[in-house]
Design a binder for this molecule. Structure first.
Ligand code: C5P
Length: 336
């Protein structure tokens, strides 16, 4: 029999471990993507829609391996759990089509956003998802936030805005002159993505915490729909190019690293949603924005940190601790 405080400690350790891995994953993904851009010449570019499909496929395979491990490497147990939980529960499985479809839409919206906005504006505006996530957590999960937690959310928003304010857009220096119309399309796409991110994340959290099923089985269900929607997207947008040169055209080692980091991201986000929550996930990604900016400063020397940046960084760190500190007295009612 495991003592409750021991299992609490273990789950608290998993919470901080998953948040830490998320900071690492988000930071390395941003840096690898940036590196791949500076490295890549004029050769054929890999298809983003294909990368989405491959990452989804990697997630499913990894989750299958994790469920296999959870059931003591028994093939029979694995196939019976897949039959029981996925094939024999079509309604439960279909519920995952909702967040999966929304995530697919969101990934496309973010592509629209990044084509119409510079990266800095994009990143600041997309941080609004922390607020929409908090609103959905309150309305859909019945989570109660204290005054200090709301305050920490506001401090976080201010901090992220300050951090982003002076920095040059890292990914799109060529987009200097943006028309008002394209700016509007970009901002509209990010705003819709903020709502979809908040809703899909909290919906997944609700399913995860209201049922006993393993997070990895849930992720397989999510991934199956993600794969189907992703394939549909790939053939709709790049069908002719895939038929011409295959879906792996333009792939190189860096592409595979980016795809693997993206797959890892999905898995870590699922773990963070299970062991921590969606709001803390927002704080972790904010911290990683600071970390990647700092690393890019020290490595690439292309960013001159101003006092505004440091003020923003301090605000984000203060907000993170303020939120975590106030998190203890208000119990999580939806926690399984
Ligand atoms: O910006 P946001 O945090 O909403 O992005 C979440 C990303 O994580 C989406 O691209 C989604 O496909 C992915 N995800 C996942 N598995 C989950 C939850 C989210 O792959 N269980």
């Amino acid at each position: 029999m495991i003592h409750p405080s021991v299992s609490n400690m273990a789950s608290s350790r998993l919470k901080y471990l998953s948040l830490g891995v998320l900071v690492f994953q988000t930071t390395s993904l941003v840096l690898t993507m940036r590196y791949s851009r500076t490295l890549q010449g004029d050769g054929p570019r890999y298809l983003a829609s294909s990368a989405v499909v491959v990452a989804e496929f990697m997630k499913i395979i990894t989750c299958l391996l994790l469920v296999f491990k959870e059931h003591s490497y028994s093939v029979r147990a694995l196939s019976s759990i897949l039959r029981q939980e996925i094939a024999h529960k079509p309604i439960e499985t279909l519920k995952l089509a909702i967040p999966s479809g929304i995530y697919t839409l969101q990934n496309n919206l973010l592509y629209v956003a990044l084509s119409n906005l510079d990266a800095a504006t994009y990143q600041v505006t997309y941080q609004l998802k922390i607020l929409t996530t908090a609103l959905f957590s309150v309305s859909m999960l019945g989570r109660r936030l204290g005054v200090y937690q709301w305050l920490s959310l506001l401090i976080l928003m201010a901090g992220v805005a300050l951090v982003q304010w002076p920095s040059e857009s890292p990914g799109a220096p060529e987009k200097e002159q943006l028309s008002a119309g394209s700016q509007f399309v970009g901002v509209a796409a990010v705003l819709v993505a903020c709502f979809s991110s908040g809703f899909a994340g909290v919906y997944f959290e609700k399913i995860l915490k209201e049922t006993k099923q393993s997070v990895w089985v849930r992720n397989i269900q999510l991934g199956i729909f993600g794969l189907v929607f992703g394939l549909m997207g790939m053939f709709a947008y790049n069908g002719d190019r895939v038929q011409e040169s295959g879906m792996f055209q333009g792939y190189n080692t860096i592409t595979w690293i980016v795809v693997a980091l993206q797959a890892l991201g999905g898995l870590v986000i699922a773990a963070v949603i299970k062991y921590a929550d969606n709001i803390l996930k927002g704080f972790a990604t904010s911290l990683s924005i600071i970390l990647s900016t700092l690393i890019s400063y020290f490595w690439l020397q292309d960013f001159d940190p101003s006092s505004v940046f440091f003020m923003g960084a301090v605000l984000v760190i203060v907000a993170t601790f303020l939120y975590g500190y106030e998190g203890k007295p208000s119990p999580n009612p939806s926690r399984a």
